[in-house]
Design a protein around this ligand. Sequence first.
Ligand SMILES: NC(=O)c1ccc[n+]([C@@H]2O[C@H](COP(=O)([O-])OP(=O)(O)OC[C@H]3O[C@@H](n4cnc5c(N)ncnc54)[C@H](OP(=O)(O)O)[C@@H]3O)[C@@H](O)[C@H]2O)c1
Length: 259
Amino acid sequence: MDLGLTNKVALVTGGSSGIGLAIAAKLAAEGCKVAIAGRDKIKLDAAVANIATARAFSGDVREPAQVAKLVDDVVAAFGRIDIVVSNAGTHLPGRMEDVETSALLRHIETKVIGAWELAKCVTPHMRKQGGGRFIVIIGQAGKVPQANGIASAISNAAQHAFVKSLSDDLARDNILVNAVCPSRIKSPLTDALGHLYNEVYYGRSLEQQESKWGAEVPLGRWGTPDDIANAVAFVASERAAFMVGANIDVDGGHQRSIF
Ligand SMILES: NC(=O)c1ccc[n+]([C@@H]2O[C@H](COP(=O)([O-])OP(=O)(O)OC[C@H]3O[C@@H](n4cnc5c(N)ncnc54)[C@H](OP(=O)(O)O)[C@@H]3O)[C@@H](O)[C@H]2O)c1
């Protein structure tokens, strides 16, 4: 299937690692010019070294001025932005008593306000160009809150509300806003969580926990960042021209939620 992505310009936040890196590589393979954004310069340099059409851009999505500069820099470098994938983020484990309010605020700033600021900055460019795609990566806790993860449940639910409302605001401008929702994807983020959950919550070895997580997934295994990248490439493509405000689970069936 021709996805119609040749020569599109795509900005992927958190594109230096895990899911974002796979998305950047997939969009590049489909013919996009890709802007990879992140904070850590070493990771950014390593990411662009392996993707011929990619360029690295530094920026912390928690800082509105840095998001504005990021968008300006990408437009200056490539002349336009057709696709934004708002992927930067992390998971903040713990129950209410484990999570400092300041940490929750930082988490919300990254995942919710960061995406909000990105949309505000990129929308005028997309309007001028006659349209675009804005895709947000939202974890499973936004639909089905998970044990020991109240902060992600709060931030991810807010992301869903943001995507649905924004999709309504921008559809008339031909800016199509959608979400792709990963769960149980093996990445540096989930590799690091194994230790935390082992020590803090489940009280099991990493091997036992991984096998439990695998067993919770109907397909019986972890997913890969490429599984998410394939879905994002479709949602970003000309073949998804009638999809607006959707949220697509890519989780091996893990989220047992109808809506
Ligand atoms: N893996 C899963 O199963 C899963 C499940 C649910 C949701 N998710 C979500 O999917 C997204 C990607 O996760 P992943 O597993 O690929 O994690 P990852 O490998 O840790 O990658 C996270 C990326 O986000 C960037 N980032 C984090 N905070 C940032 C900030 N404030 N400003 C700019 N960039 C920032 C990181 O770059 P720097 O290191 O340079 O900051 C890195 O490139 C995250 O939003 C995560 O919450 C993943």
